[in-house]
Design a protein around this ligand. Structure first.
Ligand code: ADP
Ligand code: TRP
Length: 321
Protein backbone atom coordinates (compact mmCIF):
# COMPACT_ATOMS: atom_id res chain seq x y z
CA UNK A 1 0.00 0.00 0.00
CA UNK A 2 1.53 3.32 -0.99
CA UNK A 3 0.74 6.26 1.30
CA UNK A 4 1.28 9.81 0.18
CA UNK A 5 0.69 13.11 1.87
CA UNK A 6 1.74 16.72 1.43
CA UNK A 7 2.55 19.09 4.24
CA UNK A 8 2.07 22.82 3.86
CA UNK A 9 5.13 24.72 5.13
CA UNK A 10 2.92 27.32 6.73
CA UNK A 11 4.71 28.09 9.99
CA UNK A 12 5.61 26.85 13.42
CA UNK A 13 3.95 23.56 14.35
CA UNK A 14 1.89 23.09 17.50
CA UNK A 15 0.49 20.29 19.66
CA UNK A 16 -2.73 20.28 17.61
CA UNK A 17 -0.77 19.51 14.44
CA UNK A 18 1.16 16.80 16.22
CA UNK A 19 -1.65 14.92 17.94
CA UNK A 20 -4.15 15.64 15.12
CA UNK A 21 -1.98 14.72 12.14
CA UNK A 22 1.81 14.33 12.38
CA UNK A 23 1.78 11.46 14.85
CA UNK A 24 -0.47 9.43 12.51
CA UNK A 25 1.73 10.30 9.51
CA UNK A 26 4.82 9.09 11.29
CA UNK A 27 3.18 5.94 12.59
CA UNK A 28 2.12 4.93 9.09
CA UNK A 29 5.79 4.49 8.11
CA UNK A 30 5.85 1.29 10.19
CA UNK A 31 3.61 -0.66 7.85
CA UNK A 32 3.45 1.13 4.54
CA UNK A 33 5.50 2.51 1.75
CA UNK A 34 5.30 6.24 2.37
CA UNK A 35 5.93 9.33 0.28
CA UNK A 36 5.74 12.58 2.25
CA UNK A 37 6.59 15.90 0.76
CA UNK A 38 6.75 19.55 1.71
CA UNK A 39 4.26 21.39 -0.51
CA UNK A 40 6.29 24.46 -1.41
CA UNK A 41 4.61 25.02 -4.81
CA UNK A 42 1.28 25.11 -3.01
CA UNK A 43 2.68 27.47 -0.39
CA UNK A 44 3.35 30.02 -3.13
CA UNK A 45 -0.38 30.68 -3.16
CA UNK A 46 -0.13 32.18 0.32
CA UNK A 47 3.51 33.05 1.11
CA UNK A 48 4.89 35.94 -0.90
CA UNK A 49 8.30 36.28 0.69
CA UNK A 50 11.24 34.14 -0.44
CA UNK A 51 13.09 34.03 2.88
CA UNK A 52 9.91 33.15 4.80
CA UNK A 53 9.25 30.29 2.41
CA UNK A 54 12.83 28.99 2.69
CA UNK A 55 12.73 29.22 6.48
CA UNK A 56 9.36 27.45 6.69
CA UNK A 57 10.42 24.63 4.37
CA UNK A 58 13.54 23.95 6.43
CA UNK A 59 11.49 24.26 9.63
CA UNK A 60 8.97 21.59 8.55
CA UNK A 61 11.79 19.28 7.47
CA UNK A 62 13.48 19.68 10.86
CA UNK A 63 10.19 19.17 12.71
CA UNK A 64 9.26 15.94 10.91
CA UNK A 65 12.73 14.45 11.16
CA UNK A 66 13.00 15.38 14.84
CA UNK A 67 9.56 13.90 15.56
CA UNK A 68 10.59 10.54 14.18
CA UNK A 69 10.12 10.45 10.43
CA UNK A 70 12.63 7.86 9.25
CA UNK A 71 14.15 8.90 5.91
CA UNK A 72 15.35 5.33 5.37
CA UNK A 73 11.76 4.15 5.21
CA UNK A 74 9.99 7.20 3.82
CA UNK A 75 10.68 9.14 0.65
CA UNK A 76 10.72 12.60 2.24
CA UNK A 77 11.21 15.43 -0.24
CA UNK A 78 10.39 18.92 -1.40
CA UNK A 79 7.54 19.06 -3.91
CA UNK A 80 9.48 21.43 -6.17
CA UNK A 81 12.41 19.00 -6.43
CA UNK A 82 10.15 16.92 -8.67
CA UNK A 83 9.28 19.42 -11.42
CA UNK A 84 7.53 16.64 -13.40
CA UNK A 85 4.55 17.36 -11.18
CA UNK A 86 3.98 20.76 -12.83
CA UNK A 87 3.98 19.19 -16.28
CA UNK A 88 1.40 16.66 -15.18
CA UNK A 89 -0.64 19.50 -13.65
CA UNK A 90 -0.98 21.07 -17.10
CA UNK A 91 -2.02 17.81 -18.72
CA UNK A 92 -4.59 17.18 -15.98
CA UNK A 93 -5.93 20.71 -16.19
CA UNK A 94 -7.06 20.01 -19.73
CA UNK A 95 -9.52 17.37 -18.46
CA UNK A 96 -10.62 19.34 -15.37
CA UNK A 97 -14.02 21.02 -15.64
CA UNK A 98 -14.17 24.61 -14.33
CA UNK A 99 -17.27 23.70 -12.34
CA UNK A 100 -15.37 21.06 -10.36
CA UNK A 101 -12.90 23.68 -9.13
CA UNK A 102 -15.57 26.34 -8.61
CA UNK A 103 -17.31 24.03 -6.14
CA UNK A 104 -14.23 23.57 -3.90
CA UNK A 105 -14.95 24.74 -0.35
CA UNK A 106 -11.46 25.93 0.45
CA UNK A 107 -11.49 28.17 -2.64
CA UNK A 108 -15.01 29.43 -1.87
CA UNK A 109 -14.11 30.06 1.79
CA UNK A 110 -11.12 32.17 0.81
CA UNK A 111 -13.22 34.23 -1.59
CA UNK A 112 -15.85 34.67 1.14
CA UNK A 113 -13.10 36.03 3.40
CA UNK A 114 -12.39 38.67 0.79
CA UNK A 115 -9.15 37.20 -0.60
CA UNK A 116 -8.96 38.16 -4.24
CA UNK A 117 -8.26 34.90 -6.07
CA UNK A 118 -5.42 34.34 -8.47
CA UNK A 119 -5.18 31.45 -10.88
CA UNK A 120 -2.86 29.52 -8.54
CA UNK A 121 -5.44 29.49 -5.79
CA UNK A 122 -8.14 28.35 -8.22
CA UNK A 123 -5.94 25.65 -9.78
CA UNK A 124 -4.59 24.47 -6.38
CA UNK A 125 -6.59 21.19 -6.47
CA UNK A 126 -5.21 20.29 -9.91
CA UNK A 127 -1.64 20.57 -8.63
CA UNK A 128 -2.71 18.46 -5.66
CA UNK A 129 -4.20 15.87 -8.05
CA UNK A 130 -0.88 15.74 -9.91
CA UNK A 131 0.95 15.28 -6.58
CA UNK A 132 -1.20 12.29 -5.74
CA UNK A 133 -1.48 10.65 -9.17
CA UNK A 134 2.16 11.00 -10.20
CA UNK A 135 3.29 8.58 -7.45
CA UNK A 136 0.54 5.98 -8.11
CA UNK A 137 -0.64 6.60 -4.54
CA UNK A 138 -3.20 4.24 -3.02
CA UNK A 139 -3.96 6.05 0.24
CA UNK A 140 -3.91 9.74 1.05
CA UNK A 141 -4.10 10.53 4.77
CA UNK A 142 -5.46 14.05 5.20
CA UNK A 143 -7.41 16.24 7.61
CA UNK A 144 -11.16 16.76 7.02
CA UNK A 145 -10.56 20.05 5.22
CA UNK A 146 -8.69 18.26 2.42
CA UNK A 147 -11.15 15.44 1.74
CA UNK A 148 -12.87 17.32 -1.07
CA UNK A 149 -9.53 17.84 -2.81
CA UNK A 150 -8.90 14.10 -2.80
CA UNK A 151 -12.39 13.58 -4.28
CA UNK A 152 -11.52 16.09 -7.00
CA UNK A 153 -8.36 14.07 -7.66
CA UNK A 154 -10.36 10.87 -8.08
CA UNK A 155 -12.76 12.63 -10.42
CA UNK A 156 -9.91 14.03 -12.57
CA UNK A 157 -8.18 10.62 -12.69
CA UNK A 158 -11.40 8.89 -13.76
CA UNK A 159 -12.05 11.46 -16.47
CA UNK A 160 -8.52 11.04 -17.76
CA UNK A 161 -8.77 7.24 -17.72
CA UNK A 162 -12.15 7.37 -19.49
CA UNK A 163 -10.79 9.66 -22.19
CA UNK A 164 -7.36 8.14 -22.77
CA UNK A 165 -7.47 4.64 -21.29
CA UNK A 166 -6.28 3.28 -17.93
CA UNK A 167 -3.36 5.46 -16.87
CA UNK A 168 -3.77 6.46 -13.24
CA UNK A 169 -4.34 4.58 -10.00
CA UNK A 170 -7.52 5.85 -8.32
CA UNK A 171 -6.52 6.87 -4.77
CA UNK A 172 -8.51 6.49 -1.56
CA UNK A 173 -8.76 9.18 1.06
CA UNK A 174 -8.00 8.33 4.67
CA UNK A 175 -9.36 10.50 7.45
CA UNK A 176 -8.41 9.52 10.94
CA UNK A 177 -11.68 9.95 12.82
CA UNK A 178 -10.03 8.95 16.07
CA UNK A 179 -7.54 11.83 15.92
CA UNK A 180 -7.96 14.14 18.87
CA UNK A 181 -9.21 17.67 18.38
CA UNK A 182 -6.69 19.42 20.57
CA UNK A 183 -7.96 22.45 22.49
CA UNK A 184 -5.94 25.65 22.52
CA UNK A 185 -5.06 27.62 25.63
CA UNK A 186 -8.35 29.54 25.31
CA UNK A 187 -10.47 26.39 24.89
CA UNK A 188 -11.20 26.87 21.17
CA UNK A 189 -9.61 24.41 18.72
CA UNK A 190 -5.85 24.95 18.80
CA UNK A 191 -4.90 26.82 15.63
CA UNK A 192 -2.16 29.21 14.65
CA UNK A 193 -4.79 31.56 13.25
CA UNK A 194 -6.33 31.90 16.75
CA UNK A 195 -2.99 32.60 18.47
CA UNK A 196 -3.84 29.97 21.13
CA UNK A 197 -1.15 27.37 20.48
CA UNK A 198 1.41 25.45 22.49
CA UNK A 199 4.47 24.83 20.34
CA UNK A 200 6.43 21.68 21.10
CA UNK A 201 9.71 23.21 19.94
CA UNK A 202 9.33 26.57 21.69
CA UNK A 203 12.00 27.51 24.26
CA UNK A 204 11.03 26.34 27.74
CA UNK A 205 10.38 29.88 28.93
CA UNK A 206 7.93 30.57 26.12
CA UNK A 207 6.15 27.27 26.68
CA UNK A 208 5.87 28.04 30.38
CA UNK A 209 4.36 31.41 29.60
CA UNK A 210 1.82 29.93 27.16
CA UNK A 211 0.82 27.25 29.68
CA UNK A 212 0.41 29.87 32.41
CA UNK A 213 -2.14 31.60 30.16
CA UNK A 214 -4.38 28.52 29.82
CA UNK A 215 -7.90 29.58 30.72
CA UNK A 216 -9.29 28.07 33.94
CA UNK A 217 -12.45 28.68 35.96
CA UNK A 218 -12.47 30.51 39.29
CA UNK A 219 -12.64 27.46 41.60
CA UNK A 220 -10.38 27.72 44.67
CA UNK A 221 -7.56 25.28 45.37
CA UNK A 222 -9.70 23.44 47.96
CA UNK A 223 -12.72 22.84 45.74
CA UNK A 224 -13.05 19.48 43.91
CA UNK A 225 -12.90 19.90 40.13
CA UNK A 226 -14.11 17.92 37.13
CA UNK A 227 -10.97 17.03 35.13
CA UNK A 228 -12.99 16.60 31.92
CA UNK A 229 -13.91 20.29 32.07
CA UNK A 230 -10.33 21.46 32.44
CA UNK A 231 -8.24 22.40 29.41
CA UNK A 232 -5.12 21.79 31.49
CA UNK A 233 -6.19 18.19 32.05
CA UNK A 234 -7.23 17.63 28.44
CA UNK A 235 -3.76 18.69 27.32
CA UNK A 236 -2.03 16.77 30.10
CA UNK A 237 -3.76 13.57 29.02
CA UNK A 238 -2.08 13.82 25.61
CA UNK A 239 1.47 13.97 26.96
CA UNK A 240 1.15 11.84 30.12
CA UNK A 241 1.00 8.07 30.57
CA UNK A 242 -2.42 6.67 31.39
CA UNK A 243 -1.30 6.15 34.96
CA UNK A 244 -0.15 9.74 35.41
CA UNK A 245 -3.31 11.05 33.75
CA UNK A 246 -5.47 9.00 36.14
CA UNK A 247 -3.46 10.29 39.09
CA UNK A 248 -4.05 13.89 38.06
CA UNK A 249 -7.76 13.24 37.44
CA UNK A 250 -8.03 11.85 40.97
CA UNK A 251 -6.33 14.90 42.48
CA UNK A 252 -8.71 17.16 40.60
CA UNK A 253 -11.76 15.27 41.89
CA UNK A 254 -10.50 15.13 45.47
CA UNK A 255 -9.93 18.86 45.79
CA UNK A 256 -6.96 20.56 47.42
CA UNK A 257 -5.24 20.62 44.03
CA UNK A 258 -4.99 23.95 42.23
CA UNK A 259 -4.65 24.83 38.56
CA UNK A 260 -1.19 26.31 39.22
CA UNK A 261 0.11 22.90 40.34
CA UNK A 262 -1.54 21.18 37.38
CA UNK A 263 0.02 23.67 34.95
CA UNK A 264 3.47 23.02 36.40
CA UNK A 265 2.93 19.32 35.90
CA UNK A 266 1.70 19.92 32.34
CA UNK A 267 4.87 21.88 31.53
CA UNK A 268 7.07 19.18 33.00
CA UNK A 269 5.34 16.38 31.12
CA UNK A 270 5.22 18.28 27.80
CA UNK A 271 8.98 18.85 28.00
CA UNK A 272 9.50 15.22 28.90
CA UNK A 273 7.25 13.92 26.11
CA UNK A 274 9.08 15.96 23.49
CA UNK A 275 12.56 15.77 25.08
CA UNK A 276 14.05 13.42 22.46
CA UNK A 277 12.47 15.35 19.61
CA UNK A 278 13.70 18.68 21.01
CA UNK A 279 17.21 17.32 21.33
CA UNK A 280 17.19 15.84 17.82
CA UNK A 281 15.85 19.07 16.36
CA UNK A 282 18.61 21.10 17.98
CA UNK A 283 21.21 18.68 16.58
CA UNK A 284 19.75 18.76 13.08
CA UNK A 285 19.52 22.54 13.18
CA UNK A 286 23.29 22.67 13.58
CA UNK A 287 23.65 20.50 10.49
CA UNK A 288 21.29 21.82 7.79
CA UNK A 289 23.45 20.14 5.15
CA UNK A 290 22.36 16.71 6.38
CA UNK A 291 18.72 17.79 6.05
CA UNK A 292 19.39 18.91 2.47
CA UNK A 293 20.94 15.51 1.74
CA UNK A 294 17.92 13.70 3.14
CA UNK A 295 15.55 15.77 1.00
CA UNK A 296 17.72 15.26 -2.08
CA UNK A 297 17.76 11.47 -1.57
CA UNK A 298 13.97 11.51 -1.10
CA UNK A 299 13.56 13.50 -4.30
CA UNK A 300 15.68 11.05 -6.28
CA UNK A 301 13.45 8.20 -5.20
CA UNK A 302 10.25 10.17 -5.83
CA UNK A 303 11.44 11.41 -9.18
CA UNK A 304 12.10 7.94 -10.53
CA UNK A 305 8.44 7.02 -9.92
CA UNK A 306 7.16 10.38 -11.14
CA UNK A 307 9.03 10.11 -14.43
CA UNK A 308 7.42 6.76 -15.22
CA UNK A 309 3.89 8.00 -14.52
CA UNK A 310 4.44 11.21 -16.46
CA UNK A 311 5.74 9.25 -19.45
CA UNK A 312 2.64 7.05 -19.31
CA UNK A 313 0.41 10.13 -19.31
CA UNK A 314 2.37 11.80 -22.14
CA UNK A 315 2.07 8.67 -24.21
CA UNK A 316 -1.64 8.39 -23.49
CA UNK A 317 -2.32 11.91 -24.79
CA UNK A 318 0.11 11.70 -27.73
CA UNK A 319 2.98 13.91 -26.54
CA UNK A 320 5.74 11.38 -26.63
CA UNK A 321 7.78 12.23 -29.69
P1 ADP B 1 -3.77 25.54 11.80
O1 ADP B 1 -5.23 25.42 12.19
O2 ADP B 1 -2.90 25.82 12.96
O3 ADP B 1 -3.56 26.48 10.63
P2 ADP B 1 -3.40 23.51 9.80
O4 ADP B 1 -4.73 23.84 9.20
O5 ADP B 1 -2.15 23.92 9.06
O6 ADP B 1 -3.34 24.11 11.29
O7 ADP B 1 -3.37 21.97 10.12
C1 ADP B 1 -2.39 21.03 9.71
C2 ADP B 1 -2.86 19.66 10.18
O8 ADP B 1 -2.98 19.61 11.61
C3 ADP B 1 -4.23 19.26 9.63
O9 ADP B 1 -4.21 17.90 9.27
C4 ADP B 1 -5.19 19.49 10.77
O10 ADP B 1 -6.28 18.62 10.73
C5 ADP B 1 -4.30 19.23 12.00
N1 ADP B 1 -4.72 20.07 13.14
C6 ADP B 1 -4.54 21.41 13.24
N2 ADP B 1 -5.02 21.87 14.43
C7 ADP B 1 -5.53 20.81 15.08
C8 ADP B 1 -6.17 20.62 16.37
N3 ADP B 1 -6.37 21.64 17.21
N4 ADP B 1 -6.57 19.39 16.71
C9 ADP B 1 -6.37 18.33 15.86
N5 ADP B 1 -5.77 18.44 14.64
C10 ADP B 1 -5.35 19.64 14.25
N1 TRP C 1 -3.32 20.85 0.38
C1 TRP C 1 -2.76 20.10 1.48
C2 TRP C 1 -2.95 20.89 2.79
O1 TRP C 1 -3.18 22.07 2.76
C3 TRP C 1 -1.30 19.82 1.26
C4 TRP C 1 -1.09 18.96 0.07
C5 TRP C 1 -0.57 19.33 -1.14
C6 TRP C 1 -1.43 17.58 -0.04
N2 TRP C 1 -0.56 18.29 -1.99
C7 TRP C 1 -1.07 17.18 -1.36
C8 TRP C 1 -1.99 16.66 0.85
C9 TRP C 1 -1.28 15.89 -1.79
C10 TRP C 1 -2.20 15.35 0.40
C11 TRP C 1 -1.84 14.97 -0.92
O2 TRP C 1 -2.86 20.32 3.85
Amino acid sequence: MRYLSGIQPSGVLHLGNYFGAIRQHIRSQEENECFFFIADYHALTSIRDASTLRRNVLGVALDYLALGLDPERVAFFRQSDVPEVTELTWILSTVTPMGLLERCHSYKDKIARGISPDHGLFAYPVLMAADILIYDSNRVPVGKDQVQHVEVTRDIAQRFNNTYGETFVIPECQVDESAAVVPGIDGQKMSKSYGNTLEMFAPEKQLKKSISRIVTDSKTVEEPKDPEESIVFQLYRLVASQEDAEAMALRFRQGGYGYGEAKKELLRMTLEYFADARRRRAELERDPQSVEEILAAGARKARATARKTLDRARKAVGIDG
